[in-house]
Design a binder for this molecule. Structure first.
Ligand code: PLP
Length: 447
């Protein structure tokens, strides 16, 4: 189909996620039509390096025939099997077992969802059930971090702390509380790692005191805050917060929807941080974006408390597509590819990416370079000493996105002048070098 008619059809019918509808209608959609490795091609034939792996999800990269084959085989054999009524399918069971074996600590129980938002929703449901089962249903208050993102479902959007997800929706709810982020570059306590960790611990302790310890259910954190602008906490932050949650008798949820599956190096960022949360959520890299799927891991203790609490009754939480066999088959193959070399390649490529981006630190617009593995960001400022953010005029981030696009690069341009990078783990050295070179060119055009 001619691209102009597709643009018209899109304008008339497709409602896009997180979009300024009227601006989008004016600008028109850019249609992607094929991809291979880390390169995508649009309908006009323009080739671009996908520096953001779709939406930080195509961790394995595009064009893996073995994943396509795994999905096709499963569709042929058994395209659907419900996990209700005591039924199941082989790939879902095998994937749950493989994930449990690799997850940190005793996160041995895996509940499959369709993506990250419903994984987060599911944790809220399970946590409520858990406290009812324990006989403490009054523990119903939830805490998360400023700049955090935990999805855009009705409940998850309230744990999310990005204003765009609240404005006009009447959320968050009164039982959803926030404490300040660790945001190293702009932290009021300065950049000293221990001071930042202490400040976060103090903020959580104070918030729990304010609400009343007997009312607080759980604290949510991403190992690296993704949509808030790739905010990397000091080493030891996750562990310090995990330990504090134990001391305060509240559950700790690690949201690894972005950081899971090699994004920061290992399969799970928590392993590197030496943290075993009570719940761990994943999505995105689980299937490398080839099919929708997310998952909630829970510890033996959490699972057993819920199971015993339910007794002979059903735990009434489920989706038609929970444990979908095609997504599970895709997940198993993606896991095989990660462990068959992609994790290792991602670690090498990630080091090169960080080194390349660090090389941009001398650019007059670059205030901060941060990241871990294949997850990175540069923060643009107009005055490095004062850390003055880019002026919020006429959507500067969209302009930077457009310039990068014209230079053959897809990056995430956050509204606050942060450029985000999450390329596929399959990137070659020349892919990484192109990402860095095209970024420099884009910045030069932005001054
Ligand atoms: N949690 C985190 C940390 C995320 O980054 C995201 C999405 O970006 C979600 C949850 C929601 O996942 P999904 O978009 O698959 O619903």
């Amino acid at each position: 189909m001619h691209s102009n008619s597709l643009i018209e059809l899109d304008r008339a019918h497709l409602v896009h996620p997180v979009a300024a509808y009227r601006t989008h209608e004016k600008l028109g959609v850019r249609v992607l039509s094929s991809a291979s490795g880390a390169t995508v091609t649009d309908m006009t034939g323009r080739q671009l390096i996908d520096g953001f792996a779709g939406l930080w999800c195509v961790n394995a990269g595009y064009g893996h025939e073995s994943i396509v084959e795994a999905a096709a085989r499963q569709m042929r054999e058994l395209p659907y099997a419900t996990a209700y009524f005591g039924l199941g399918s082989e790939p879902a069971i095998r994937l749950a077992a493989a994930l449990a074996e690799r997850a940190p600590g005793n996160l041995n129980h895996v509940y499959f969802t369709l993506g990250g938002s419903d994984a987060i929703d599911s944790t809220v449901r399970f946590i409520r059930f858990y406290y009812h089962a324990k006989g403490t249903p009054q523990k119903d208050q939830f805490i998360s971090l400023e700049q955090g993102y935990h999805g855009s479902s009705t409940v998850g959007a309230g744990l999310t702390a990005l204003p765009a997800f609240h404005a006009g929706f009447g959320i968050p709810f009164e039982w959803q509380h926030k404490i300040p982020s660790h945001y190293v570059y702009r932290n009021p306590v300065g950049t000293d790692p221990q001071a930042i960790i202490n400040a976060s611990r103090q903020a959580l302790r104070r918030k729990v005191e304010e609400i009343g310890a007997e009312r607080v259910a759980a604290f949510y954190a991403e190992p690296i805050q993704g949509s808030g602008g790739v905010l990397v906490p000091p080493r030891g932050w996750m562990k310090a917060m995990r330990d504090l949650c134990r001391e305060l008798d509240i559950l700790f949820i690690a949201d690894e929807v972005i950081t899971g599956f090699g994004r920061t190096g290992p399969l799970f960022a928590c392993s590197e941080d030496d943290v075993v949360p009570d719940f761990l959520t994943v999505a995105k890299g689980l299937t490398s974006g080839y099919a929708p799927m997310g998952a909630v891991f829970m510890t033996d203790h959490v699972y057993n408390t819920i199971a015993d609490g339910a007794g002979g009754s059903a735990v009434g939480h489920g989706y038609t597509y929970s444990a979908h066999p095609v997504s599970a088959a895709v997940g198993l193959e993606a896991l095989r590819l990660y462990e068959g070399g992609l994790l290792e390649n991602g670690r090498r490529a990630g080091a090169r990416l960080m080194e390349g981006l660090q090389g941009l630190a001398d650019h007059p617009l670059v205030g901060d370079v941060r990241g871990r593995g294949m997850l990175a960001a540069i923060e643009l400022v107009t005055d490095k000493t004062k850390k003055t953010p880019l002026p919020a005029v006429a959507d500067p981030s969209r302009r930077i996105f457009d310039r990068a696009w014209d230079n053959g690069l897809i990056i995430r341009a956050f509204g606050n002048g942060v450029l985000g990078y999450a390329p596929p783990l399959c990137c070659t050295d020349s892919d990484i070098d192109a990402i860095v070179d095209r970024t420099r060119k884009t910045l030069d055009q932005t001054i």
